[in-house]
Design a protein around this ligand. Structure first.
Ligand SMILES: [Zn+2]
Length: 415
């Protein structure tokens, strides 16, 4: 009796130990809470928080037995410290500063296909204390911008995929990468492609996760859906299987690292659950995220990437005809001063945030208003909105038709 009891206890202990080492004790929720903690101070490149984030990610790569792509897991990334100029106007030029991309390789099993790569990435940098040169939308100085949704959520999801893929056999090779310096111009991803140790033609597809922590009503956006002949069909198949409502955004151009890959003729998949009013403010903290939602998005992303990693023929790249005036970082002469809802879950364009003091605000527009007409022309989605906006002139007044709580209203906005 005693012996069996001891055996049972030993058995439970050993299975527990086994399951712990097997899963690395990893949870996306814990990862977000750490990356977006007080201690990491908003992960501004070249700070202590940046190094701590790099250590955290490396640790998981090592546990999952990823191989370093270079001599180490690190690629040094150089960027210009624009703030040093702002602080010292006598200085001749901006100083060089350094951060690192963290890059790990999981080799494929098929002798031929292992020379083809799928890149799975997410940027880990954020705005630090949101100083004057950064893209902070906050007016209070020196507050930690935790960057929980942007983009601790995407890094957590990428690490979850590291665990999922490293426990199975894959035909093609997978490169997992945490990019630095996304917020100051996609610098990390551009440099990754410039210093690639193999031909960029060997990259079959790139998956980018940026702001995936706010799933609402099971709907999210996938960008780049027309950057290969096969993408849309694959996405539709797995959105159905996962019971998700997915807005398809055809273009491979966009404000995150996948754009660097699309520029090199690589099919891209950009996952996002969209921005809300906490975007680029100190209020983007870990307590606001939907962790069950991240699980759902991760399962969906795994299904799609697993298909692309293991399918017989590689995806066939397609360049998307861009709507007029769209670009990497669109520069419009005129702006209404709203942040549109990028999930595209409504007809028209929803103003997720109306910026104080900007034309839309002055015209009386409120957060949540849906723009359905601009200058007498119908606004159906973000593309028609941008197209119309591109035809408007500064200092002129235009009619804007909006929907607020089901009622239609007309405003006059002066640009
Ligand atoms: Zn981001």
């Amino acid at each position: 009796m005693k012996k069996t009891l001891i055996l049972i206890v030993l058995f439970i202990l050993s299975t527990n130990l086994f399951s712990q080492t097997n899963s690395n004790n990893f949870s996306m929720e814990k990862a977000v809470h750490y990356l977006a903690s007080e201690e990491l101070q908003g992960r501004s490149p070249s700070t202590k928080g940046d190094s701590l984030a790099v250590d955290f990610i490396t640790d998981l790569f090592v546990k999952a037995k990823l191989k370093p792509l270079y001599k180490t897991y690190y690629q040094e990334v150089v960027f210009k410290d624009m703030e040093s100029i702002a602080r010292n106007s006598k200085q001749a030029g901006p100083k060089n500063k350094f951060s690192r991309n963290v890059v790990g390789l999981l080799e494929g099993n098929d002798p031929a296909l292992k020379n083809e790569y799928i890149v799975i990435g997410a940027h880990f940098d954020h705005l630090g204390l949101g100083s004057m040169m950064s893209a902070s939308r906050s007016k209070e100085p020196n507050q930690i911008h935790y960057g929980a949704d942007d983009n601790a959520s995407g890094v957590a999801l990428m690490l979850d995929l590291v665990n999922k893929f490293s426990q199975k056999i894959n035909q093609r090779s997978i490169i997992f990468i945490a990019f630095t310096c996304e917020e100051n111009g996609l610098i990390g991803s551009k440099q990754f492609l410039e210093e690639l140790p193999f031909d960029s033609k060997q990259i079959v597809a790139m998956f980018n996760f940026d702001m995936v922590g706010m799933l609402k009503n099971n709907s999210l956006t996938v960008g780049g859906t027309k950057t290969s002949k096969e993408s849309e069909k694959i996405i539709k198949k797995y959105s159905k299987a996962n019971n998700l409502k997915v807005s398809l955004s055809p273009s491979g151009v966009g404000p995150s690292d996948h754009a660097s890959f699309y520029a090199k003729n690589i099919p891209v998949f950009y996952f996002t659950t969209g921005a809300d009013s906490t975007y680029h403010t100190p209020y983007d903290n870990p307590h606001r995220l939907n962790y069950k939602g991240i699980d759902i998005v991760s399962k969906f992303a795994f299904d799609i990437s697993n298909d692309v990693v293991n399918r017989k023929d590689r995806l066939r790249f397609k360049r998307v005809k861009e709507p007029k005036n769209s670009g990497d970082r669109p520069t419009f002469k005129v702006t209404l001063g709203i942040m549109p809802d990028v999930t595209g879950s409504t007809d028209g364009v929803k103003a997720e945030i109306v910026s104080k003091g900007k034309p839309a605000d002055k015209a009386g527009m409120q957060n949540g208003d849906i723009i359905i007409e601009l200058n007498g022309k119908k606004v159906t989605d973000i593309y028609s909105y941008m197209n119309i906006l591109g035809t408007l002139k500064e200092n002129e007044a235009y009619k804007v038709k909006i929907k607020r709580e089901g009622k239609t209203k007309e405003l006059k906005v002066k640009l």
